[in-house]
Design a protein around this ligand. Structure first.
Ligand code: DX5
Ligand code: ZN
Length: 221
């Protein structure tokens, strides 16, 4: 099956972002940008200013993953910075539908992100209001962590929910994705794969992206 691969800039060399973006330009489908606030997650990364600066150096859709408290307050800033997809954490936003609508009204795709311990059932109502669900397969905060296998049946459950409701919602998986784990999540129903260390941790980024793509190409839909 075909998947979209989103290299995560978190594992790139932050002192040379324009050069790093050039290394994935020919092969990536999306660029994944991890926004962390030191509150919702125990790390601080980038905000709209960095994303806006990157915008001029990439033609890829910008997939912004907000791991921040009170995400609704910051949505306009990320839209203005050039985000094409914005995901917010279900655990961080009490007015999920309103926040997702704000993203859509700004012309971007709206995603709901869920932590590994958040059950599929918590999406039951919210899934109707989004374009994609981002399933975390590590606890958010850092790149290079080990893939958590128990999320695989959860992806399958979410995929079933989408089919039963006849929705056109994509499933993105983020955390510990490489050529070994990608087929597992693709077979469970994921069509967007984030890969940080498995792409930016390798000397040949194009080859790294294609090795993940090839690993899932023989997976039956
Ligand atoms: C983790 C981030 C991920 C991270 C993935 O909190 O949301 O996007 O960059 O990195 P890898 O692919 O190395 O697990
Ligand atoms: Zn992410």
């Amino acid at each position: 099956m075909n998947v979209q691969i989103a290299p995560s800039l978190l594992s790139a060399d932050f002192s040379r972002l324009a050069d790093e973006l050039r290394t994935i330009e020919a092969n990536a489908d999306l660029l994944h940008l991890d926004v962390m606030d030191g509150h919702f997650v125990p790390n601080i990364t980038m905000g709209p200013a960095i994303i806006k600066a990157c915008r001029a150096h990439s033609t890829k859709p910008f997939d912004c993953h907000l791991m921040i408290s009170e995400p609704q307050r910051y949505i306009p800033g990320f839209l203005d910075a050039g985000a094409n997809l914005i995901s917010i954490h279900l655990e961080a936003e009490p007015h999920l539908q309103r926040a997702l609508q704000m993203i859509r009204d700004g012309g971007a795709k709206a995603g709901i992100a869920i932590n590994p311990a958040t059950p599929a059932e918590s999406l039951s109502t919210a899934i109707e209001f989004c374009d994609y669900v981002l399933v975390m397969s590590v606890n958010p905060g850092f790149g290079g962590q080990k893939f958590l296998e128990p999320v695989v049946p959860k992806i399958r459950q979410i995929s079933r929910l989408i089919q039963e409701r006849g929705l056109s919602v994509a499933i993105e998986v983020d955390g510990g994705i490489d050529a070994h784990t990608a087929p597992l999540v693709a077979a469970a129903g994921a069509s967007m794969l984030v890969a940080g260390s498995a792409v930016f941790g390798k000397p040949d980024r194009g080859a790294a992206i294609e090795s993940i793509r090839n690993a899932v190409s023989s997976v039956a839909i």
